[in-house]
Design a protein around this ligand. Structure first.
Ligand code: TMP
Length: 201
């Protein structure tokens, strides 16, 4: 079995900047690596992503669609890759659903637990890098970027609740979560990630 590594954080936490670094770092070790993302990661998943990111909908519809995208992603990409011994890195996974639909939107965590049990009863990431920043830093980064999607347009109380749920999960699952203070410089963060990956190898 390969290893499964996920990247998490509120919008504007800067995780995208570090995914390429992690990918290069792992490949340098000669590991067969698959890079993917959620929602998305498959042709059907990418169609669902467009809908989830741009259409207004009931919060439970939103949760069902991200889990539908995930089910396809697991079947088509994640499970086959891990089974052949490859490593998988995914830009977001189920922690995003707990943070955004659970924390941010207030959906029942028990229902999300049930969906998780349904879609991936046995699989959890081996390592989750949580990029954490205060809300004002995240907002300033978002305001400096391109056109904002549905989530990125949310107000600060949504992101406060999202961040709180992320940190709660990091405390609940300390064996797989590593929280990275994303207010640090890129060089400092890369140094920290390299140390985490060295320990992981
Ligand atoms: P991205 O901007 O990091 O690509 O993520 C897409 C957006 O989708 C981001 O705002 C978080 C949101 N999202 C959820 O709300 N629930 C989920 O389960 C996932 C995977 C993403």
């Amino acid at each position: 079995m390969g290893k499964f590594i996920t990247f998490e954080g509120i919008d504007g936490a800067g995780k995208s900047t570090h995914i390429a670094f992690v990918s290069d770092y792992i490949k340098q070790r000669g590991v067969d690596l698959v890079s993917s993302r959620e929602p998305g990661g498959t042709p059907l998943g990418e169609k669902l992503r467009e809908i989830v990111l741009h259409e207004k909908m009931h919060l439970e519809t939103e949760a069902l669609l991200v889990f539908a995208s995930r089910r396809e992603h697991l079947a088509q990409v994640i499970e086959p890759a891990l089974a052949r011994g490859a490593w998988v890195i995914s830009d977001r996974f189920t922690d995003s659903t707990f943070a955004y639909q659970g924390g941010g939107r207030g959906m029942s965590l028990a229902k999300l637990d049930a969906l998780e049990q349904w879609v991936h009863p046995a699989l959890q990431p081996d390592l989750t890098l949580l990029f954490d920043v205060p809300l004002d830093v995240a907002r300033a980064r978002l305001d400096a970027t391109r056109e904002l999607d549905k989530f990125e347009q949310e107000k600060s109380d949504f992101f406060a609740a999202t961040r709180t749920e992320y940190l709660r999960r990091a405390a609940e699952f300390p064996q797989r979560f590593r929280v990275i203070d994303s207010t640090q410089s890129i060089a400092e963060i890369q140094q920290q990630i390299a140390a985490i990956l060295d320990a992981f190898f």
